[in-house]
Design a protein around this ligand. Sequence first.
Ligand code: PMP
Length: 691
Amino acid sequence: MPPPETRPLYAFFISGTDTNTGKTVVTAALLRALRTAGLAAQAVKPVQTGISPAETLISPSSDAFAYKEAVADIPPVPALCPAAILHCFTLPASPHLAAAEEGKHLRAARLCHDIRSHWQREKTADLLLLESAGGISAPLNATEDMSDIAAELDIPVVLVCPNRLGSLSHVFRALAALTEKGLIPAGVVMTEAASTDGRPTPARILEDNLEMVRGRLRLACPDRPVPLLALPRLPKGADFWKRAAALLTPLATELGARRRRDAPGLVSRDHAALWHPYASALEPPPLEVASRSRGNRIILENGRELVDGMSSWWAAIHGYNHPRLLEALRRQAGRMPHVMFGGLTHAPAVELAEGLVRRMPEGLKRVFFADSGSVAVEVALKMALQYQQGRGRTRRTRFLAPYGGYHGDTLGAMSVCDPVTGMHSLFADHLPRQIFMERPRCRFDVPFDPACLDEARHILKTRGEEIAAVILEPVVQGAGGMWFYHPDYLRGLAELCAASETLLIFDEIATGFGRTGKFFAAEWAGVSPDILCCGKAMTGGLLTLAATVCTEEVASGICGGGRVFMHGPTFMGNPLACAVALANLGLFEENRWQTLVTGMQEALAQGLAPCRDLPDVADVRVLGAIGVVELRKSVNTAALHGFFVDRGVWIRPFNRLVYLMPPYTSPLEDVVLLCAAVHDAIAGGLHKSAC
Ligand code: PMP
């Protein structure tokens, strides 16, 4: 956890295309230019290699020596040393190796913690110049590199590149490395360098390199011109730093003038222009500005890190920014981000459909891609209607659904949501009239009572001729109450549906992809529906994609006699989303999701158990990676919002429910933290305090 940020970090990351690009000279000269302009700047080397700790500030080979030398003849800033080195390793090698040699392991998060702490300590400093060790992609460890420090701190980067024959390729690669991490170049300095054979680089090449880099920067940052400066070779002499600083003054002026954030006031701009889920446009709910994500953390604009307890509404199951998913996204983006699906097909869609079918309950074989969960539900309802028509049962136009269900916010989906608690009662008069039955009342964790199926049996027997399909969320009713019911209910219901020639639709949009401990919740019952909808976690939380999958029997009922299925969204089978979803399936093949979910189930059960003793708590239940605390009355979401953010956790209660569904990959100590926050909020009465 980072130290509480009493003032926002104002810093720039100075890095290069490689080692020996002249970034220490540029950092030191910028330091001088900034100090000359009256700013209390400090140059900091988070990691210095090739120097023993005793020599950090005195050895001429230490970068700190250059920083100090550059400002030696100008007035000092009281109580602020011009240079600081945070970690120092003796071996002159890449940071990962130099650290390993001393039995240490570098991590971006740890280094950033140290940088932030340093900034809080150096109260007189206005601005830090953080010089990287090696080039922008120099490794910190097996998976992270220098760019991760800038990304984690979310600060702009000044890129220093040697200007010589062959340097363009390095500059373009370095700019691409910044883009990959969502980083913005604050400036590029091209330092004149000799060719590899030692001869001076011809002026024609120096000029052309600058021109080419300028063109690239225009493409990369069309909205804001990125300063591009040339630093010629300067003779070493008494006024070296003065001259170097003078040449870099335009960049220093720009850095000094920039505020840390590109877009201040996002909350008020949001309030003026935007609408949020289930919210008023006039009295908007409390908002945080999220600026980055990583693993199980959401990082706010003010630098605060929140431990995620929501997986962004069931979606980000492997945590945020998963490298394998990002890789799939980038590769497909470079190939073909989108083409229409009418008359065209492509490998990502075909391979994903095949992969999904392999994972589906027995018999589900035909995949129809949709762009959101609600649309997948609409598609399922239309499939059922067209199927019954195709089979000549034209009176079967209604749906049977249990109370407590939730299936989305479009009109058809709304019609099968719980008519009272389903958030849609406003529209009741305008929705198709469906048939509702008692919610599956038998708890997941008690012996099954067959009487739970009596109403379903009665309705299907007496009104079966009106009903095209039964639709429900298997085992877990989500947004309608986070209710876990007995899988035997599904077995019984499937038999009743088969007997009455009614289709059975499972909405696995929330439960699919492992959340309940099975890949699909249907597996708890060993039941195959006729139609299954999935979405949410399908792309691991990166992009919106959903699917409606049906049996061959349903497909041939719809399409027999030359008929077609009447649905076709514009972004159907979007290649980007399909490629990411395919990579997501690949992660399931490889990672230990079942072990992770089982471990989380135990941690949630243990962590939430103390909530049972709180007087306002009606029930505590846990299944797979879902933990629910149900209160006796609706909770005060605004008060809880503030409390949770202050505690460094991201939890969004609704109605009477405070619930957790963290990414499967969350460290268990974070699950403990989330559970403790839920307990303390309720114990402290936050759930009932006035807004
Ligand atoms: N079905 C279920 C079970 C859901 O939980 C949701 C979303 N909360 C939906 C359908 C609708 O999905 P989307 O929000 O992607 O439209």
